[in-house]
Design a protein around this ligand. Structure first.
Ligand code: NAD
Length: 458
C-alpha cells in the first residue's frame, strides 16, 4: 500500500515500477534436524527483493510467525531503506520459523549452521552476493556461526569474513554496531524536531531537553534510543515491555531500569515508578514523542485513535498498520517512518562490511597522525598566546578519531542527509514523511534500473 501510494507520486514509469515491486528471487528450504531422538523438519526462507545493487542485505529472523509473505515484505523494506540512506546494497531478508527459546544453545547452533549450508549451496550468501545481519531472535552469536560455516565452504576466499554483519568485535564486527539503530533513531528525531515547520505544527521548542518520551520495547533498539535521549537531556517518562509498562512523569533512570529488569527478568515490583499492567496502554499515554521499538502492528485501528503523542518515531519495522497510519495523519500526528528512522542499523552494517573488505580497523592508519598534527597546532597556539592548555583541554583538542568516533560520525552525517532529503520531498510535494521517504527511495532505485538498461526484456 505504501509503495503504491508513493509510486503514483514518483515520476517513475509503470514498466520500471512493476519490475521493482516484484521480488527478484525467493528461497524456501526445509531440512531435518535430530532433536532429543526425534526428527524435526525446519523451514527457512531467504528472499532477494531487488538485486539492482549487489550484495543484497537484510537480517535473519528466528520467530514462529516467520513465513514467506513476512520475509518478502521485509526484504522489500530493506531495498527502500538502503536507498534512503545511500547504502549501495539491494534488499533481502531471511528467517527460520522457530522459537529459539524452545531449543538449547547447541540445537540453535545446529539449526543456524544447517540453514547456512543451504544458503551456501544455493548462492544465497557471500560478501559480493548476499550479506545477512541479525534481526529479531538472532544476534552476534548466530552471525559468528554463520560466518564460521560460510568459511568452511570458502576456505581460500580472502573476504569471506564480510559474508555477514553484526558479528562480535573479535570476529570482524565493528565498534558502535550495537548502539547504531538506537543512535540513528535519536539523530533522526533530533533532526525532525529541529525543523521550524515541525515546531510550528507540534508546539515543541526543538530543544531535546524539553522532550517527554515514551518507548515501547526495551531491547537492543529501545534501550539504546532511551540511553541517547537520556544522555542528551530528554525525559523518558514511560517504557513498555511485554510483561507491563513503567511510568514516571518526572523521568526514568535508564540504567536502573535495565539492571532491575536484567536481574529480575521483569519490571514488576520496580520501586518509584507506576506499573502499567496492560503493556499496550503505554502507547496511549500523553507524551511528545512515542517510539515503538518492539514489534510490528502495535498501532492498529484498535488504538490509533487513542494515541496522544505529537510525534510517532517508528524504531521497529512496521509498528503501524497502514490504516492506523491514516488515522494518525488525520489526527495531525507526525509519523517518522521506519524505513528512514531505523536505517542506522543497516548504515553501520555497511561500515562493518567495508571494514571487513579493507581488513583494517577504522582509524588505525590515521589516529596517531591526526593527533601529532593537532599537538603541533596546539603547541604553536600556546607559544603565541602565552597560555598553556590544561592536560584535559589538550586531550580534548588533540584526540584523534577512533573506530567508534568515526562510525558515529558517519552515522550522524547519513541520518542528517536522509532526514533532510525526506523533508525536502515532503514539503515540495505536500505529502507525509513516509510517502516522501518511499518516493525518494523509489526514484533512487529506478535510476539504477533505468540507468543500467533492462537487458532481455524485449
Ligand atoms: P530485541 O528482540 O532486542 O528487542 C525487542 C524488545 O521488545 C524485547 O525486549 C521484547 O521483550 C520487547 N517486546 C516484545 N513484545 C512486546 C510487547 N508486546 N510489548 C512491549 N515490548 C515487547 O529486538 P530489536 O533488535 O531491539 O528490534 C526491535 C525492532 O526494531 C524490530 O521490529 C526490528 O525489526 C527493528 N529493527 C532492529 C534493528 C537492529 O539493529 N536491531 C534494525 C532495524 C530495525
Amino acid at each position: 500500500m505504501y509503495f503504491d501510494k508513493a509510486a503514483g507520486i514518483s515520476g517513475v514509469s509503470q514498466k520500471t515500477l512493476s519490475h521493482m515491486k516484484a521480488p527478484d528471487c525467493m528461497l524456501k528450504v526445509t531440512f531435518p534436524i535430530e532433536i532429543k531422538d526425534k526428527v524435526e523438519i525446519i523451514t527457512g526462507f531467504r528472499v532477494h527483493h531487488s538485486r539492482h545493487m549487489l550484495p543484497v542485505k537484510g537480517g535473519i529472523r528466528f520467530a514462529t510467525d516467520v513465513d514467506e509473505q513476512e520475509v518478502t515484505a521485509l526484504a522489500a523494506l530493506m531495498t527502500y531503506k538502503c536507498a534512503i540512506v545511500d547504502v549501495p546494497f539491494g534488499g533481502a531478508k531471511g528467517g527460520i520459523s522457530i522459537d529459539p527459546k524452545n531449543y538449547t544453545d547447541a540445537e540453535v547452533e545446529r539449526i543456524t549452521r544447517r540453514y547456512t549450508v543451504e544458503l551456501c549451496q544455493k548462492s544465497f550468501i557471500g560478501p559480493g552476493t548476499d550479506v545477512p545481519a541479525p534481526d529479531v531472535g538472532t544476534g552476534a552469536r548466530e552471525m559468528a556461526w554463520i560466518m564460521d560455516t560460510y568459511r568452511q565452504f570458502h576456505p581460500n576466499e580472502v573476504d569471506s569474513i564480510g559474508c555477514v554483519t553484526g558479528k562480535p568485535i573479535p570476529l570482524g564486527g565493528v565498534r558502535g554496531r550495537n548502539e547504531s539503530t538506537g543512535l540513528g533513531v535519536y539523530y533522526g528525531i533530533r533532526e525532525f524536531v529541529s525543523y521550524p515547520e515541525v515546531q510550528k505544527h507540534t508546539g515543541l521548542s526543538g530543544d531535546i531537553k524539553d522532550l517527554r518520551i515514551i518507548i515501547q520495547g526495551f531491547g537492543k533498539v529501545g534501550y539504546w534510543a532511551a540511553k541517547f535521549f537520556e544522555q542528551n537531556g530528554a525525559k523518558i517518562i514511560g517504557i513498555g515491555e511485554k510483561e507491563c509498562g513503567v511510568y514516571n512523569p518526572n523521568g526514568l533512570n535508564i540504567d536502573k531500569l535495565f539492571n532491575y529488569r536484567r536481574s529480575r527478568g521483569s519490571f514488576l515490583g520496580m520501586p518509584n515508578v507506576d506499573i502499567i499492567e496492560d503493556p499496550l496502554e503505554i502507547l496511549e499515554l500523553e507524551c511528545d514523542v512515542l517510539i515503538p521499538a518492539a514489534l510490528e502492528r502495535q498501532i492498529g485501528l484498535r488504538n490509533a485513535d487513542k494515541i496522544k503523542a505529537k510525534i510517532v518515531g517508528e524504531a521497529a519495522n512496521g509498528p503501524t498498520t497502514p490504516l492506523a497510519n491514516e488515522v494518525l495523519l488525520m489526527k495531525g500526528i507526525l509519523v517518522i517512518p521506519d524505513l528512514l528512522l531505523n536505517a542506522g542499523g543497516v548504515t553501520v552494517s555497511y561500515f562493518e562490511w567495508l571494514k571487513n573488505l579493507s581488513h583494517m580497523r577504522f582509524g588505525r592508519m590515521t589516529k596517531k597522525w591526526d593527533e601529532l598534527g593537532k599537538s603541533q597546532i596546539v603547541e604553536l597556539v600556546e607559544r603565541n598566546v602565552a597560555r598553556k592548555l590544561s592536560e584535559t583541554e589538550k586531550k580534548q583538542v588533540v584526540h584523534g578519531a577512533n573506530e567508534t568516533d568515526l562510525v558515529f560520525s558517519g552515522l550522524e552525517d547519513t541520518m542528517i542527509s536522509a532526514c533532510s532529503e525526506t523533508r525536502r520531498t515532503a514539503i515540495s510535494k505536500d505529502i507525509d514523511y513516509r510517502t516522501a521517504a518511499f518516493v525518494n527511495a523509489i526514484e533512487k532505485v529506478a535510476a539504477v534500473y533505468e540507468g543500467s538498461g533492462i537487458m532481455f526484456m524485449n
